[in-house]
Design a protein around this ligand. Structure first.
Ligand code: GP9
Ligand code: MN
Length: 431
């Protein structure tokens, strides 16, 4: 009940990382694009096959002087995969230990979410995705998050043509081209989330769209990955061109992130080959959980930021830039721009990583060197591991309590960003 929420809020408050005064509110009023790069891992950035960059457009964006790019940023999803990434990005709440929080609680719960928060600041919000609206229960969950619009597959012309689709939905190039049309009609400022889908296991692509050599690990489920990643990169490049032409580039903040791994740990020999190693350790597999996180804006000083963080940290980081105070919110992430960020990344599947140590698959490593360490031989590690385990248990179990107990309905703060689900209708006739 309300007491449980109070206890959790107490802990969250004590752990709060104060916003960074040199960033706070600097992006206020800008359009916000959240571009969800499906199954996109950090190792693809600047990666080459046969001397060719897999993702030249994203690489250029990553190194742009106005892009802040995080290179120690990890995915933290569990079984809910994409939906866990969305739950963290929109609410700074973790996915559940099993199943998908959006599927189980998305329709019924109260949330304090990015679209709902920005909605109260005069933003229009819209989510775009080339799959059916019901996947991951998005059609219901987005109402609870406060999305004004949800453009799912049925809103796209010729969406059912077989040649327009591959895998789970519309091909990214078609999806993003038509999305750009809708974006131009949205009232500004807007908060728009674009969820791509072509770079998804099993990495199928039609012949006409393959314009990159497959890798040659001999593992069939892995070798197409760079080809669909290359296709996603081209689609992203085209989107940026449309937006520049539409005059939406300079007055917008772009947030890009990869949702989770594309190559699972069942493919270790292939992973070793991709990384140019004889075999992979659990440290390599932990590092393989890195995904991109980039923030671009014409008035942002760019550069590679080495702060350790993960998906749970996206919301407080973005709200800092947008000038929204987060100190009273029930969130489990930390502002990555804050000088007081604790820099501990908790994996939903167990383990954690800090700038010093990594615990992954129950092995311990020196994060900087990859050297394996042993609790029994290293007092400092043993001490920190204990504290990190306790922190990980605490945030995961508190976050679970918030979701499974629907605790945010008890938040009586006057500045709680309440959403009325009944205000939203995503059926085609509503538009
Ligand atoms: C489909 C998509 C895929 O709509 O978002 O989700 P995933 O399988 O990656 O969790
Ligand atoms: Mn996904």
């Amino acid at each position: 009940g309300p007491k449980d929420l109070q206890k959790i809020q107490q802990f969250v408050k004590e752990n709060h990382s104060p916003a960074n005064v040199s960033y706070y509110g600097t992006e206020k009023g800008k359009n916000v694009f959240v571009i969800h790069l499906e199954s996109f891992q950090q190792f693809l950035i600047d990666y080459k096959v046969d001397g060719q960059e897999v993702t030249p457009n994203l690489n250029a964006f990553y190194h742009d002087q106005h892009t802040k790019s995080f290179d120690n940023f990890y995915n933290q999803v569990g079984q809910g995969k994409t939906s866990d990434a969305e739950m963290m990005q929109e609410n700074s709440l973790f996915g559940l230990n099993s199943g998908s929080a959006m599927v189980k609680y998305g329709a019924s719960n109260t949330f304090e979410s990015m679209p709902g928060i920005l909605g109260q600041m005069g933003y229009t919000s819209a989510a775009f995705h080339g799959d059916v609206a019901t996947f991951w229960n998005r059609n219901n969950t987005y109402k609870s998050f406060g999305y004004n619009y949800f453009f799912s597959k049925e809103f796209y012309p010729n969406a059912n043509k077989p040649s327009y689709n591959v895998g789970y939905g519309l091909k990214d190039k078609i999806f993003l081209k038509d999305t750009a049309q809708y974006l131009q009609q949205l009232p500004q400022p807007f908060y728009a989330k674009l969820i791509t889908v072509t770079n998804h296991y099993p990495y199928d692509l039609d012949k006409e769209n393959i314009s990159f050599p497959a890798t040659k690990t001999g593992d069939n489920t892995v070798d197409g990955y760079v080809q669909t990643a290359h296709y996603l990169d081209q689609a992203f490049g085209e989107l940026m061109d449309y937006l520049k032409k539409a005059g939406l580039y300079d007055n917008s903040m772009f947030v890009l992130y990869g949702d989770h791994f594309g190559i699972s740990e069942n493919h270790q020999p292939a992973i070793a080959q991709l990384l140019g190693k004889d075999k992979v350790t659990d440290y390599d597999l932990g590092e393989f959980q890195k995904v991109p996180f980039m923030i671009h804006s014409s008035d942002l000083d760019g550069g590679i930021d080495h702060t350790y963080g993960g998906e749970i940290d996206m919301m407080p980081t973005l709200l800092d830039l947008l000038g929204v105070p987060t100190n009273n919110m029930t969130i489990f992430g930390h502002d990555l721009l804050s000088a007081q960020n604790p820099q501990i990344v908790v994996f939903r599947k167990g383990g954690w990583v800090t700038p010093k140590y990594m615990k992954y698959n129950n092995h311990y490593y020196d994060t900087q060197t990859g050297e394996e360490l042993y609790l029994s031989k290293d007092k400092e590690l043993a001490k920190e591991a204990k504290a990190n385990d306790a922190y990980a248990d605490k945030v995961l179990s508190d976050s679970d309590k918030v979701i499974t107990g629907d605790l945010l309905r008890f938040d009586k703060r006057t500045d709680f960003h309440k959403v009325n689900k009944k205000n939203y209708d995503y059926s085609k006739k509503a538009t």
